[in-house]
Design a binder for this molecule. Sequence first.
Ligand SMILES: CC(C)(COP(=O)(O)OP(=O)(O)OC[C@H]1O[C@@H](n2cnc3c(N)ncnc32)[C@H](O)[C@@H]1OP(=O)(O)O)[C@@H](O)C(=O)NCCC(=O)NCCS
Length: 176
Amino acid sequence: MKKPKTALLLVSQMRKNCIADEMIIRKFKKEDLKEILEMTEQTWDGFSFDQVLEQKFGRKGKSWWERKADSLKEFIETHPEWVFVAEEEGKIVGYATYSLNREREIGEVLSNAVHPHWRGKGIGGTLHRKVLEELRREGMQAVSLVTSEKHIPAIKMYESAGFKEIWHSTYYAKKL
Ligand SMILES: CC(C)(COP(=O)(O)OP(=O)(O)OC[C@H]1O[C@@H](n2cnc3c(N)ncnc32)[C@H](O)[C@@H]1OP(=O)(O)O)[C@@H](O)C(=O)NCCC(=O)NCCS
């Protein structure tokens, strides 16, 4: 299938230990949704607050990753224009979602994820930089995001892109 030139960013990775030689970062297409949702469990395992709740209090109804897939699906179907994907060997290996608040001129980085098999090769960082570039292009003057102190790779990625902590919050829970 011929891909539109303007939507593609061919990235030659020169990083050490990098086997992601020719990664394509591009805007989301409808056909990508299935692949994105299929990797939810593997991709978010260990990085989900709902998973912690499920481990602590047991599962009722849908599993943590089905809930995550539902919320991703809802977001992507509502705002397919706010999603970038990373493609390797014709497969979706990562994605990054974001949003724009045009009135406040603040963008938000939302779900960033790379399939575990493809981590540590520069894909997440490249997707993240693409989102920041797009937010700038859209006229945003600032960008915010929320993460957990347990998400060490994500924290490294954000701090390396220049983000500074401006707020700290703690989630509590107890059995009733
Ligand atoms: C966060 C995530 C998207 C990073 O993707 P990735 O492709 O592995 O990241 P990269 O290889 O591009 O690395 C990006 C930066 O993070 C650092 N990093 C990546 N994995 C790391 C790890 N396990 N420990 C420490 N630093 C790490 C890299 O050194 C790099 O830093 P640099 O730019 O200073 O060189 C990926 O780990 C992931 O999918 N995590 C699970 C979902 C998640 O937590 N998403 C964020 C929610 S807020």
